[in-house]
Design a protein around this ligand. Structure first.
Ligand SMILES: NC(=O)c1ccc[n+]([C@@H]2O[C@H](COP(=O)([O-])OP(=O)(O)OC[C@H]3O[C@@H](n4cnc5c(N)ncnc54)[C@H](OP(=O)(O)O)[C@@H]3O)[C@@H](O)[C@H]2O)c1
Length: 277
């Protein structure tokens, strides 16, 4: 695999993408190694995505991140996929092997698991894990979460059929059940991960009232300034541990940086800077 240790151009492709913190994060990473890295966002509509990515690499781009809604399309563009990207059928990191040979990986799952287990000290082994949402984010993190050997995994989604589709697709990796929100057992879960886009609209999935208890760890993949709607809602239901997805964002970015440059940056200073913002 090509490791780009020198100066280089990097990009995040998404739509919309102007709100992204990735340029800030990669800028802080680069300073840790005195790398000169030019990392910019590129807002590209789905119809233009393929052309924009190929153009970027033909013109010397060193690597790219991919976010909503392009992750599945990115998996179709690259020449080779990591096992985890193939399983997720979604790519968030493209590595240039040559101007015409691109490798796709997905670092979202390892980013989430690292944040939960290493940064936050949450053990998933033997836990009862409830995942809300059945979109691209859930698809990307399911296999790495199942590797942690939770006792039980429930995927609950506004559209239950999508949750059931993921259950069927990943059931060879562990014990998974699927339902709508209202059918979730009304008993405290050990860990609840909100992988819906509801927080972006200030909304919260309509779970039964006792699904969150004092000891439930609540993790919202969404992030931004202040607490998310899901964090506030979880705290109102008594959860003493509610987090947002900054850590996942930074950890998945560190894994991308490792793939491109061969070194993994320290993530704590970046998370500290984001918290201070
Ligand atoms: N921290 C990170 O690094 C990171 C990484 C990836 C994603 N994320 C975040 O994860 C979230 C989901 O992203 P995604 O890529 O999975 O998006 P997606 O593919 O568009 O899926 C969206 C999911 O949210 C559900 N949903 C949307 N609005 C809802 C509402 N008002 N109430 C209940 N459910 C709702 C959808 O349900 P239906 O199936 O019924 O439509 C679907 O399950 C976003 O907030 C994104 O920013 C964070």
């Amino acid at each position: 695999m090509t490791i780009n240790s020198g100066p280089g151009r990097y990009a995040l492709f998404g739509h919309p993408v102007s709100h992204s913190w990735s340029p800030f994060i990669h800028g802080m990473f680069a300073r840790q190694f005195d790398h000169v890295v030019d990392y910019k966002v590129q807002d590209v509509e789905p119809g233009d995505f393929r052309h924009a990515v190929i153009n970027f690499f033909v013109q010397g781009g060193g690597g790219a991140n991919v976010t909503l809604p392009h992750k599945p399309a990115a998996a179709e563009i690259v020449n080779d996929l990591s096992a985890r990207a193939e399983r997720a059928r979604a790519v968030n990191t493209i590595v240039r092997r040559s101007p015409t040979e691109l490798y796709g990986d997905n670092t979202d799952g390892v980013g989430l698991v690292t944040d939960l287990t290493r940064n936050l000290g949450v053990s998933l082994e033997g836990s009862r894990l409830l995942i809300l949402g059945a979109g691209g984010a859930t698809r990307g993190v399911l296999a790495p979460l199942l590797e942690q050997e939770p006792r039980e995994v429930r995927i609950a989604n506004r559209t239950p059929e999508r949750a059931k589709g993921l259950r069927d697709e990943f059931s060879d990796l562990g014990e998974i059940s699927a339902s709508g929100f209202s059918e979730v057992e009304d008993l405290p879960w050990d860990v609840v991960i909100n992988a819906t886009a509801a927080s972006l609209a200030g909304e919260v999935p309509e779970l039964p009232p006792r699904a969150i208890g004092h000891d439930t760890v609540c993790y919202d993949m969404a992030y931004g300034r202040g607490d998310t709607a899901f964090m506030r809602w979880s705290a109102e239901r008594g959860s003493k541990r509610a987090y947002k997805g900054w850590g996942m964002l930074v950890e998945q970015a560190a894994e991308s940086y490792l793939l491109w440059h061969g070194v993994r940056p320290e993530t704590r200073p970046v998370m500290g800077a984001l918290e201070r913002l």
